[in-house]
Write a protein that binds this ligand. Structure first.
Ligand SMILES: Cc1cc2nc3c(=O)[nH]c(=O)nc-3n(C[C@H](O)[C@H](O)[C@H](O)COP(=O)(O)OP(=O)(O)OC[C@H]3O[C@@H](n4cnc5c(N)ncnc54)[C@H](O)[C@@H]3O)c2cc1C
Length: 384
């Protein structure tokens, strides 16, 4: 029931398949993690290929990006260089404008496209079995096991349960559960982010590095590897999305203590705003963003991805991986959801093209189309 699963369900239903969504949470719509999704040209193309009703619904919830600015600063906040690129040129080159949409609004827009009766919440998947001979013609089918002992039988299972996927290891190991291992790759990059009403920044000069102008993206490097400020409009309703990043080696004492005691991560840690204000004291823009934000609105995390999977690890008979379950990536390029939308469109097309050849043939084709592209974008996102 994340953006990947919902987009896939939309794409499949648009082609006449009876796709259902099984979501672990009790409610489909919930608070995001304070991020905005940058929807770029490949995302728009993929959404359109999923279902032509999707792009207008997402666009309506987003803010159009008119310009990207990069400011290179010294450690003491002095500006060394500022460059910018006009988004109109990008729109001309790639055929689509960039929009930023709060994650929860993009999610809600996708959810609205599906009839209530095909979304099943409180349905946590724990494993699956590919079986033959369940029906009279002896076709392969999948038995999905849920945590509450219910089972669901289907002809194809799309595993889209996110970066912490419960089923990824089983799919990647050709259905064998015992061989699964944790291939998570944490980085040393720490991220704090929030979505706030832009009106809270009224009176703050947009000349300060880190404070975006209406419709513009403002990215500031702060003189140390991994130390940066990012802000931009997110969403149609006057929302600013901001991000501060630090390498773990530069983290303030309070953050290091939280990291070693396992209390780092999630929303609202007391004292975090003060610690970040101290670390970013030379950057008035960062101080203004922190000053305009409640501690409870700030989400923190360590950035991580997983090892790219080879083509044969993307599927197990008629079971496929999709979205972050297949290719969790560092969000440096804002591509996680875009690649998930591409997965969704390609999967639906492969299934349609396979026709009577069936889901297992479609799954193999889908893996062939997706694996190397997703791996390339994962590597690019990690190395950037
Ligand atoms: C800071 C940050 C910024 C980002 N910015 C961008 C951006 O600008 N552009 C972009 O394209 N991407 C961006 N991303 C990436 C994007 O957020 C993810 O790629 C996207 O949310 C992945 O969607 P998903 O549906 O695969 O996974 P998720 O969003 O994690 O959804 C998985 C769903 O599965 C459910 N689930 C979990 N386990 C089970 C289970 N066992 N059984 C049933 N259901 C289960 C979960 O409850 C959830 O609803 C960003 C990510 C971060 C962290």
């Amino acid at each position: 029931g994340g953006p990947a699963g919902l987009a896939a369900a939309c794409a499949l239903r648009a082609r006449g398949f009876d796709a259902h969504v099984f979501e672990a949470s009790e409610a489909l719509l919930r608070r995001g993690t304070g991020t905005g999704i940058m929807v770029s040209a490949n995302g728009w193309r993929a959404l359109e290929a999923c279902d032509e009703a999707l792009p207008p619904a997402i666009r309506e919830a987003g803010a159009k990006i008119s310009r990207q600015n990069i400011t290179v600063c010294d450690e003491d906040g002095g500006v060394r260089r500022a460059i910018g690129s006009d988004a109109a040129q990008m729109e001309k080159d790639y055929g689509h404008a960039q929009y930023n949409v709060p994650w929860h609004d993009a999610h809600a827009a996708l959810a609205k496209m599906l009839p209530d009766e095909v979304v099943h919440c409180g349905a946590k998947a724990t494993g699956y079995a590919v079986e033959t001979g369940f029906d009279l013609v002896g076709e392969e089918s999948v038995r999905l096991m849920l945590e509450d002992d219910r089972e669901v039988r289907c002809t194809m299972l799309v595993v889209a349960d996110g970066a912490g996927s419960a089923l990824r290891a089983q799919v990647a190991n050709s259905g064998k559960v015992e061989k699964g291992g944790d291939d998570a790759r944490p980085t040393s990059q720490l991220l704090w982010n929030a979505l706030i009403p832009t009106e809270r920044l009224q009176g703050v000069s947009t000349e300060l590095p880190g404070i975006h102008r209406p419709g513009e993206v403002e990215f500031v490097t702060c003189g140390k590897d991994g130390k940066a400020i990012l802000s931009f409009d997110s969403g149609a309703g006057g929302i600013t999305s901001w991000y501060l990043t630090l390498d773990e080696s530069d983290a303030p004492e309070a953050v290091r203590a939280a990291l070693s005691s396992g209390e780092f991560g999630g929303f609202g840690h007391a004292g975090r705003v003060d610690a970040l204000k101290e670390e970013f004291s030379a950057f008035q823009g960062a101080l203004a963003l922190l000053g305009a934000t409640e501690e409870t609105e700030i989400f923190e995390r360590r950035l991580a991805d997983r090892q790219p999977l080879s083509e044969d690890q993307w599927y197990d008979g008629p079971v496929v991986l999709l979205g972050d379950a297949a290719h969790p990536m560092v969000p440096s390029q804002g591509q996680g959801t875009m690649v998930a939308f591409e997965d969704a469109a390609d999967l639906a097309e492969c299934l349609k093209a396979a026709g009577v050849a069936g889901p297992a043939v479609a799954a193999a084709r889908y893996a062939r189309v997706r694996a190397s592209r997703a791996a390339r974008i994962q590597r690019w996102s990690r190395d950037a």
